[in-house]
Write a protein that binds this ligand. Structure first.
Ligand SMILES: O=C(O)CCC(=O)C(=O)O
Length: 285
């Protein structure tokens, strides 16, 4: 046990150097099927109520995913990398079914998000096995130090998104390309294999992506985006975020945790959040 604790500290120290810290474990869920079950439960509720699977900000509709997002062990590490004043700006599921052929092309996050500081970190939590065969998350260590390597291939991502434009390939889970193929050829990515209940932390400018799921099981991650309270959106005036700890700011309209799964207030708030969220709010329900 002591060895594991020492290793965890070492990984976190390397975050500044590598733009990634990995792997950590949520002891209560280690290798448990509960995380995937909760994901499936969430999907079936969202399909019943919204007539489709909602992958953005599930922490605003599900008490389970809210509680997972504010798990003490995760927040302790988040505070070590972005400081004591923490908001959850967004969250998302990244799920790839076997045989579906989906990928996430290599990208940095901030060209999409347009946030004002780099005190922004994602906790990527494995809800299923995530290994080479199933298309685990891949990252380029140290790439966060390069600033923004490439721009998006659209001028205004939010406008393009709301107009339904997509410039990436059909099987790509992200909408706009960053054309990083040459960069990836010169800077080979590292595979982050995880079992359910393990998670990584990656910096907003770390280059990352993932390949096709060639296994016989679903590969799902839950990505939570934490920002420090001095971080604002450079373009959206009425962005929303959920305060977790430390000092608040006046940049964001407060979001609140759901009292019960998909209750009326949570649904009302969710719709408002989706129409005002930074870049990828979605007007269609
Ligand atoms: O889960 C994946 O494959 C990609 C995740 C990702 O792009 C992200 O967390 O920003």
């Amino acid at each position: 046990m002591e060895v594991i604790i020492e290793e965890k500290i070492k990984y976190l120290e390397n975050y500044d150097q590598n733009g990634i810290a990995f792997p950590f474990q949520l002891d209560q869920y280690l290798n448990s099927k509960d995380l995937e079950k909760e994901y499936l439960k969430y999907n079936s509720k969202s399909e019943k109520i919204f007539k489709r699977k909602l992958s953005l900000k599930p922490h605003l509709l599900s008490t389970f995913f809210y509680n997972l997002s504010v798990n003490d062990a995760i927040i302790d590490k988040v505070k070590k990398v972005i400081g004591e004043n923490v908001y959850i700006w967004s969250s998302a599921f990244f799920s790839k079914e076997p045989g579906e052929g989906k990928i996430v092309s290599y990208h940095q996050d901030n060209p999409y998000w347009q946030l004002s500081t780099d005190k922004v970190v994602t906790a990527w939590i494995a809800l299923t096995n995530s290994d080479k065969k199933s298309g685990a998350l891949e990252i380029v260590p140290g790439s966060h130090k390069l600033g923004l390597i490439k721009k998006l291939d659209v001028d205004n991502a939010r406008e393009s998104y709301l107009n339904g434009e997509k410039t990436s390939d059909d099987n790509d889970l992200i909408s706009y390309k960053q054309n990083l193929d040459k960069f990836i050829g010169d800077n080979p990515p590292q595979l982050l294999e995880m079992i359910p209940g393990q998670y990584s932390l990656h910096h907003v400018n770390t280059v990352h992506g993932s390949g096709i799921n060639r296994s016989s099981h679903r590969r799902t991650g839950y990505a939570v985006r934490y920002i420090s309270s001095e971080t604002k959106h450079l373009e959206a005036n009425e962005d929303r975020a959920l305060h977790v700890c430390g000092k608040k700011n006046n940049y964001y309209i407060d979001e609140y945790p759901p009292k019960n799964d998909f209750d009326d207030n949570a649904i009302k708030q969710y719709k408002m959040s989706m129409s005002s969220t930074g870049v990828f709010g979605n007007k269609i329900y």
